[in-house]
Design a protein around this ligand. Structure first.
Ligand code: OAD
Length: 243
């Protein structure tokens, strides 16, 4: 299985990665739908929708403040770094992520499409003001330019994705020779459809996930382990084959 995955990488001119919360799990960021994930403890309708924020902004901010505080001491792991290194080994490499933690960037990946925004950004609900950083902004922060409420710079359920992100992600999926689907349950759209689009366009699909997902059914290779081990093993096998 590892050799097969490495063989696909060896011949690839264009590689797309679709990563989800499992990619960050080994850095200590909780996932959403695992037994200990966020959605086993909290109701997404109360924390991750525009309606929830309109109803109770302090409650929503309290959850994001805690996640921002935790993120300040979190670092990318070897798997993130391997993906960043692959940018110099593959002619075209794009990481499409549902993660809001910025760990792909922190590891050195440059070509990253962040479908769900970023935890370290807060933006104004009324004007174009946005601020990046993990400083605690307080229980109900206001815009310094127009005094209106600031909100977390993430995408909530029912909202549009950042302009251009969906188009760029699907263009990468259609163009790639290999799509690596890493650490996502494959149930949140539109990210979940990247795999089908890539497969239909002729790409090889490698899934890295300890647990089967709806994507497993049409993956060419399913690696049932954590992403750090799987990526390390692919990287090693690929190097042994030569590049
Ligand atoms: P989920 O929490 O739904 O799924 C995480 C996946 O990672 C599961 O399939 C796990 O089996 C897998 N996993 C766990 N540990 C892993 C590891 N060490 N290596 C590889 N895989 C591992 O997270 P996502 O699919 O990313 O959206 O969720 C997508 C979206 O749902 C999130 O961006 C968020 C959430 O609601 C919004 O809040 C809008």
């Amino acid at each position: 299985m590892i050799r097969q995955a490495a063989d696909y990488m060896l011949g690839a001119q264009s590689v797309c990665v679709s990563s989800g919360a499992g990619m960050s799990a080994e850095s200590g960021v909780p996932t959403f739908r695992d037994d200990s994930g966020h959605w086993s403890k909290f109701n997404p309708a109360e924390l991750a929708t525009p309606e929830a924020f309109a109803r109770n902004p302090r409650k929503v901010w309290a959850w994001y403040r805690e996640r921002r505080r935790a993120l300040a001491s979190i670092e990318p792991h070897a798997g993130h770094r391997i993906l960043a290194e692959w940018e110099s080994r593959v002619p075209e490499m794009v990481v499409v992520t549902q993660n809001v933690d910025g760990l792909h960037h922190a590891a050195g990946s440059k070509n990253v499409i962040e479908l769900h925004g970023r935890l370290d950004v807060a933006r104004c609900t009324a004007c174009d003001y946005a601020i990046q950083g993990l400083d605690d902004l307080g229980p109900d922060p206001r815009c310094p330019e127009c005094e209106q409420r600031l909100r977390p710079g993430v995408v909530w359920f029912g909202e549009m994705l950042p302009p251009g992100a969906t188009e760029a992600a699907f263009a990468a999926a259609r163009k790639c020779d290999v799509l690596l689907v890493i650490g996502t349950s494959g149930v949140v759209q539109p990210a979940a459809s990247l795999a089908e689009v890539a497969k239909t366009a002729g790409a090889r699909l490698i899934e890295i996930n300890p647990t089967p997902t709806p994507i497993s059914a049409y993956a060419d290779v399913c690696l049932r382990s954590g992403c750090r081990d799987a990526l390390t093993a692919i990287d090693r096998a690929w190097r042994e084959m030569g590049s």
